[in-house]
Write a protein that binds this ligand. Structure first.
Ligand code: GTP
Ligand code: SPV
Ligand code: MN
Length: 595
């Protein structure tokens, strides 16, 4: 398929090590994909679902020990430990290559190695970066075909160049103890072994488009961020774009596909999705920040997705979708997950492959769930009813606002605005969120997750903050930076804010601020809305007093947070920019003055 010597020599080396029976090049054709689907069904790797109700849809179950990203086994292998930083796990490249070579050697005996040439972003566009993933998993091939732009045109665009990301994935024994997700940013290389799950193995996504790309972005003067991109179209036809960074399973897909409340839709407002997980950002010739979504599909959280919460996502998954670790509904050969509807199937198989008794389901006991809390759908962007017409625009879209956010039961108000780019970068650096099922480990523990990038920065976190600060000096018309929290709870632990589509009410305040059309209160943490400036028309149970409660800045809990931030900064280490310490000291002083 190519004469590129860099590609051929590398594949030769990898094949010598992994020893597959054969090598198959993925050309991006429907015929080849169809043959692979049939093969995966014949071996039980995938289950073909009801083709009338869910055309071209399939179900896959991963190993029970392999259901989420494994941050503890994810490594950044730079030659100097300091360059990976304190927040990342580090291994010396030579040690890591040696260790993984042992695990890879002979791992593809009796199996096929698939060669997937893919592009992140539109082939041939200024944003585009190319990768080749070698894998012995058909599931990975079929997911990559949805998530990225795959095919011979990528090899043509690459030509004779060696400038591509070399990804190697082997399932090996799916052995947890020997699972490694390793990045060699200095070598443009990613090695993943002993997993078959999502972010661990679809190497174009978190491994390339965030970890490697963030490293490249710093070197080349752009940014790779864990952000959704959405457009809000005003009744006059103008569209404004917003990027938002929330940690895993904190609402990016939902916000990216939101349905405007009637209050706005009846006036002609529309919301368009450009991306739901990753944004690559560059300064445009006009001095604004421009964003593309480098992906071509969505790898979305299934539980909680329903006709009310996210009908656009649900409709996107009605065809051409691979479901992972959801319930298999044997009544009609479809799928189900917690929160889809109130009618769990009575004849069903759970995500582990066992008969599932839905009558034993107990909301408080995750082990009774039919679908894994981190079960997912892989769906084509082009099947999304609200996909932006700019999705395939190689120039991207101009960004008016950047929004950070997390899950905070207390502390963070519904929304606030930073006072400058520098202060906004600081707000990103102090982000925190309760952990979710998207990564292995405890759920619901508050941890600092700067810019929602804690697991995804391919270099030192302090250097990453310095890069953010530096970008602020080279974007003449920089977006304004905000922070939101949809997850404040009342004394009974219930979410106060309705969330989902109603989050548009907050976005409208944000855009009004960007245009200087609405005033705000200055508080120690930044600008907070006047309660009456967020439109609550048509919202059941939300009064002006509720809004006041959602917008309060509790000085004592913020001061507690400041202590925690200090510890975190110390943990990040020597490379935290002085500017961030200055911002932190200024925040603390303002909080103390407000006591
Ligand atoms: P990743 O794909 O892991 O990066 O996650 P994500 O950030 O795209 O999160 P997603 O939109 O899939 O939402 C994750 C969970 O948060 C789902 O269970 C949603 O139902 C829930 N969620 C999303 N938005 C809201 C909201 O506005 N309010 C509340 N209460 N829950 C929300
Ligand atoms: C996330 O965890 O942020 C995801 C899913 O988007 S994964 O692809 O597994 O990283
Ligand atoms: Mn994500």
């Amino acid at each position: 398929m190519t004469k590129n010597k860099f590609v051929i020599n590398w594949i030769d080396d990898m094949a010598k090590m992994t020893q597959p029976d054969k090598i198959v090049w993925i050309d991006g054709s429907e015929e080849q994909a169809e043959a692979l689907r049939a093969e995966a069904c014949s071996t039980g790797e995938m289950i073909k679902l009801n083709q009338e109700l869910l055309p071209n849809c399939y179900l896959h179950r991963t190993a029970v020990n392999d259901v989420a990203r494994v941050e503890g086994r994810t490594f950044i292998c730079t030659s100097k430990k300091e360059d990976a930083g304190n927040i990342n796990n580090w291994m010396a490249p030579s040690e890591c290559y040696a260790k993984l070579t042992k695990l890879y050697t002979g791992s593809m005996k009796g199996r096929t190695m698939y060669v997937i040439p893919y592009s992140m972003s539109i082939v041939g566009s200024p944003f585009a970066k190319y990768g080749i993933e070698l894998t012995d998993s058909i599931y990975v091939v079929l997911n990559m075909l949805i998530m990225t732009r795959v095919g011979t045109d990528v090899l043509e665009a690459l030509g004779e160049s060696g400038d591509f990301i070399k990804g190697l994935h082997a399932r090996a024994d799916i052995d947890e103890e020997n699972r490694y997700i390793c990045h060699f940013p200095e070598d443009n290389t990613i090695w993943s072994v002993n997993s078959g799950y999502g972010g661990n193995v679809l190497l174009g996504k978190k491994c390339f488009a965030l970890r490697i790309a963030s490293y490249l972005g710093r070197k080349e003067g752009w940014m790779a961020e864990h952000m959704l991109i959405l457009g809000i179209e005003y009744p006059d036809g103008e569209t404004k774009y917003v990027c938002a960074a929330f940690p895993s399973a904190c609402g990016k897909t939902n916000l990216a596909m939101l349905i405007p409340p009637e209050l706005y839709s009846k006036k002609g407002y529309k919301v368009w999705c450009v991306g739901d997980d990753i944004a690559w950002l560059r300064v445009g010739e006009d001095g604004r920040l421009w964003a593309v979504n480098p992906e071509n599909g969505f790898f979305g959280v299934a539980p909680g997705t329903n006709e009310n919460s996210n009908p656009n996502a649900l409709h996107t998954t009605m065809k051409d979708t691979i479901f992972t670790n959801v319930v298999h509904n044997l009544e009609n050969n479809t799928v189900w997950w917690e929160g889809l509807d109130k009618n769990p199937p009575h004849n069903a198989i759970d995500w582990k492959g066992n008969v599932w008794d839905c009558t034993k389901y107990d909301k408080k006991d995750k082990s009774t769930c039919g679908a894994h809390p981190n079960s997912r759908f892989t769906a084509k962007a082009t099947n999304c009813p609200c996909l932006s017409k700019e999705f395939n625009n190689p120039a991207g879209v101009p960004i008016s606002a950047i929004v950070f956010g997390g899950r905070r039961a207390k502390t963070a108000p519904l929304v606030y605005q930073s006072t400058s780019w520098q202060n906004g970068a600081f707000v990103g650096s102090i982000m925190a969120s309760e952990t979710t099922a998207a990564a292995a480990g405890a759920v619901g523990v508050v941890r600092r997750d700067p810019m929602a990038m804690r697991p995804f920065v391919g270099y030192d976190m302090g250097d990453y903050w310095a890069h953010w600060l530096k970008m602020g000096t080279v974007i003449p018309n920089a977006p304004k930076i905000f922070h939101v929290n949809w997850f404040r709870t009342d004394d009974n632990g219930n979410f106060i804010w309705p969330g989902f589509g109603d989050n548009m009410r907050v976005l409208m305040w944000i855009l009004a601020r960007c245009e200087g059309k609405v005033n705000a209160n200055i508080t120690p943490i930044g600008y907070v809305p006047n309660a009456e400036d967020i439109n609550i028309e048509g919202l059941d149970g939300i009064t002006l007093d509720t809004m006041k409660e959602l917008l309060t800045v509790d000085v004592d809990s913020w001061l507690e947070d400041v202590q925690n931030i200090k510890e975190f900064y110390a943990q990040v280490g020597d490379r935290v920019p002085q500017t961030m310490y200055d911002e932190l000291a200024a925040l603390e002083a303002r909080l103390n003055a407000a006591k």
